[in-house]
Ligand binder design. Structure first.
Ligand code: SF4
Length: 367
């Protein structure tokens, strides 16, 4: 390798490292409540010690109910709930895992709720009640339970981010670390989670045994800046993705990684904005890596639209029905997706642009 090439590489690396964004402040709840059962769990106690160490005020309830989450109107309820962390036990029904196609064979939950404020949030309408953040203190039992779903000679995949962004809570719970270490020891399993957060340092040093795929949720900068409140910038997420994917020998996490582009929204000049994003991903992953893509266009149900408009009445997100087609499900419900011509245009663009830049990456699905 020539000296010039080495200098070029070093300059490129320092540019990436020095491309500093305003530092993102991790979420600190205003209120932390443990239920009576949760505080008795050994993992609940660990969370208690962590949170005490952070100097946050802690309440321990006399029973297993979390109260005081409702305000005088929807906006106030949202504000109160989104600043509350509740540590609870899952009900027994959570041990009957449900499938989650096309992402994975099964889903299980470390927590429900998320401290960020994305104006299209996928959780709206999926979780009932005020959107407080509930972390499960019986995580060790939840993890043990996944063993029941393993199959001999067949890799079984588990998705851990259906109802939360688990990395958004890692500084408060250490739950992902427990989960990654657990799956590292399991035969024929594959753990997946997706995040918009960038606090990956505690995960880099773990021995994950290649069993966990770290997926980074990204969007065009213009979409992220307008719609993704309370999340690190796209550039910070890209830096986290790079750290997680870099081989251990180069100081990275050596994880298989993925990019989830969601929700894809055809804003004006969308080709230019998304090309820039794909260019940035290419710059940050300029080495051999096990990479997948998941491509999800923006969609909403009438119910999720009502909830989101209640939470974010001034949103610039287009919930109009123009350019939308109705997609029905087998339960009689429906959602709004983009019309067929627009879908085809978007799909062709992303498939071509991804295959050209990342010939070895797999596109897992388009929806
Ligand atoms: S990061 Fe994900 S779960 Fe959290 S608010 Fe945004 S869309 Fe919802």
């Amino acid at each position: 390798m020539s000296l010039l090439k080495i200098l070029d590489d070093i300059t490129a690396e320092s540019k990436l490292l020095n491309d500093k964004q305003k530092p993102f402040k991790l979420w600190m709840p205003k209120r932390v409540v443990f239920t009576a059962d949760a505080i008795k769990e050994p993992y609940g106690e660990k969370i208690y010690e962590r949170i005490k160490g952070l100097g946050l005020p802690i309440e321990v309830a006399q029973n297993n109910r979390i109260t005081g989450l409702r305000g005088k109107d929807e906006r106030e309820t949202y504000r109160i709930a989104k600043s509350t962390l509740a540590i609870v036990n899952t009900p027994p029904s959570a041990f009957n895992l449900r499938p989650i196609p096309p992402s994975a064979d099964w889903q299980f939950h470390l927590a429900e709720g998320c401290p960020a404020h994305c104006q299209y949030c996928y959780l709206a309408g999926s979780l009932s009640g005020p959107p407080a953040i509930r972390v499960f203190a019986n995580l060790p039992q939840i993890l043990q339970n996944t063993i029941r779903f393993q199959r001999l000679n067949q890799v079984v995949s588990y998705e851990a981010s259906c109802y939360t962004d688990p990395l958004s809570l890692e500084h408060l719970t250490g739950g992902l670390e427990e989960t990654i270490k657990f799956f590292a020891e399991q035969p024929n399993t594959h753990l997946r989670f997706v995040t918009k957060f960038d606090n990956v340092d505690s995960l880099i040093r773990l021995d994950h045994n290649g069993k966990t795929r770290f997926r980074c949720s990204l969007n065009a900068d213009i979409v992220s800046k307008r719609l993704e409140g309370g999340t690190p910038s796209v550039q910070s997420r890209l830096a986290a993705l790079r750290k997680m994917a870099l081989p251990k020998s180069l100081g990275g996490g050596g994880y298989p990684v993925g990019v989830v582009l969601a929700p894809i929204i055809p804003v004006p000049n969308w080709e230019m904005h998304y090309s820039k994003l794909l260019d940035d991903i290419e710059t940050h992953l300029n080495f051999e890596t096990d990479l997948t893509f998941e491509l999800i266009t923006h969609r909403f149900t009438p119910g999720s639209r009502d909830i989101l408009l209640g939470w974010y009445p001034n949103t610039s997100l287009d919930f109009g029905e123009e350019n939308r087609a109705i997609k029905r499900n087998k339960f009689g419900g429906h959602k709004y997706v983009f019309v067929k011509d627009l879908m085809t245009q978007l799909k062709t663009f992303f498939q071509n642009e991804i295959s050209r830049r990342f010939p070895n990456a797999k596109i897992l699905y388009w929806t």
